[in-house]
Design a protein around this ligand. Structure first.
Ligand SMILES: Nc1ncnc2c1ncn2[C@@H]1O[C@H](COP(=O)(O)OP(=O)(O)O)[C@@H](O)[C@H]1O
Ligand SMILES: O=C(O)C(=O)C[C@H](O)[C@H](O)COP(=O)(O)O
Length: 341
């Protein structure tokens, strides 16, 4: 039997590092006509990919974290494109299943004089057939964070059961449950969504919600009013767009951090980027002020580039700005920068 002449060079099979964040939700292919061109007259569309939870996973991966996207796609070219796109950001996609019985979801943008409307083609999609068993994936054990959003319970009864199961039975033992309310009025009206989203959010550990969204859903016009409505989570983060964000931790005074000034190129995906930044701060053990700052800085990357998933600068750029003196953040001025240094 031949002997190994270089025993010190024997290769050990690579074991992937454990997943830190599991983000569960639908990601779709996105069709978009040229800027300002109404869909009705479009002859060409650009094809891209969009999905709130995979956006969060993508930003986390670019910030150096082990993030997995958990979902279902159809056995079709769009499904393969979606998975390839999410994986290209460095996100683990080994927990994405392929459903031969349903198509990958799609949404189409329709630019008009009053902004861009969105048309969904996602009813009955592969992802809408996810169910509580989706969370039994063995590769997710040990994850520190399970990230969910209020889009998923609007997709179907089985998806709503998945989110109910996540917050009730906590199948990812030890994982903090993060929930971005993400009300999508085109999926369900506020009257229907409000009680469901409130109940689900209140059973999570960390909740992100827009001030405007909270007002539409629950009539809560201030961060304190949101907190009174959601006493359950350890932390509630209320975002107020260009103004800033407030973190309300249990038994602590609310903390507000202004958003930096930026030149907005495209707002889509800013909320997802913010959530990823905040979660990265949590995983790195930063205090609440620095978590908010990191949220704002990652959101600034999304705002200053087109598409859902902007590139992010090296960690040193964030490190410098999150440690800047408080008066630099009143607010921090990033206008004119696509800061990548
Ligand atoms: N005009 C803006 N200038 C600076 N930062 C912004 C602006 N709009 C949004 N942001 C950042 O993006 C985050 C998310 O904003 P939000 O309006 O809640 O986004 P979404 O509607 O995508 O969820 C804010 O907390 C802030 O950090
Ligand atoms: O509607 C859905 O289901 C989507 O996931 C579409 C979008 O890609 C993200 O939701 C962007 O979200 P924001 O960060 O709130 O701008």
């Amino acid at each position: 039997m031949p002997t190994n002449p270089r025993p010190d060079r024997v290769t050990v099979p690579a074991v992937p590092p454990p997943v830190e964040v599991a983000a569960v939700g639908e990601t779709m292919v996105v069709l978009c006509p040229a800027p300002g061109e109404p869909l009705e007259h479009a002859e060409q569309v650009a094809v891209s990919v969009g999905g709130a939870e995979s956006n969060v996973a993508g930003y986390l991966a670019r910030l150096g974290h082990q993030a997995a996207w958990v979902s279902r796609v159809g056995d079709d070219p769009f499904g393969r494109a979606v998975v390839r796109h999410v994986a290209a950001a460095g996100v683990r996609v080994d927990q994405v299943s392929v459903d031969p019985g349903a198509p990958t979801g799609m949404y189409v943008k329709d630019p008009g004089p009053d902004g861009t409307a969105v048309h969904y083609y996602r009813a009955g999609s592969a992802a809408s057939r996810m169910d509580p068993a989706t969370l039994a994936a063995p590769g997710l054990a040990g994850a520190r964070v399970l990230h969910l959003s209020g889009i998923t319970p609007a997709l179907s009864a089985s998806c709503r059961a998945l989110v109910e199961h996540a917050v009730t039975n906590r199948p990812l033992v030890g994982a903090l449950i993060s929930f971005d309310v993400n009300h999508r009025a085109r999926l369900w009206p506020a009257e229907q969504a409000a009680p469901v989203l409130r109940d689900l959010a209140d059973r999570c550990d960390l909740v992100f919600v827009g001030q405007d969204e909270a007002e539409t859903l629950w009539g809560s016009a201030t961060p304190m009013a949101v907190r009174e409505l959601l006493p359950g989570p350890e932390t509630v983060v209320v975002k107020d767009g260009a103004v800033g964000a407030t973190v309300l931790c249990r038994d602590a005074e609310p903390i507000f951090v202004p958003a930096p000034r930026v030149t907005v190129v495209e707002p889509v995906g800013a909320g997802d980027a913010f959530a990823a930044g905040y979660l990265a701060g949590l995983l790195r053990g930063l205090d609440p002020v620095r978590r908010l700052r990191l949220g704002h800085l990652v959101a600034a990357q999304a705002l200053t580039s087109s598409g859902d998933n902007a590139p992010v600068p090296p960690w040193a750029w964030f490190e410098r700005l999150i440690a800047a003196p408080a008066d630099a953040w009143s607010p921090l001025d990033l206008t004119g920068t696509r800061a990548t240094t």
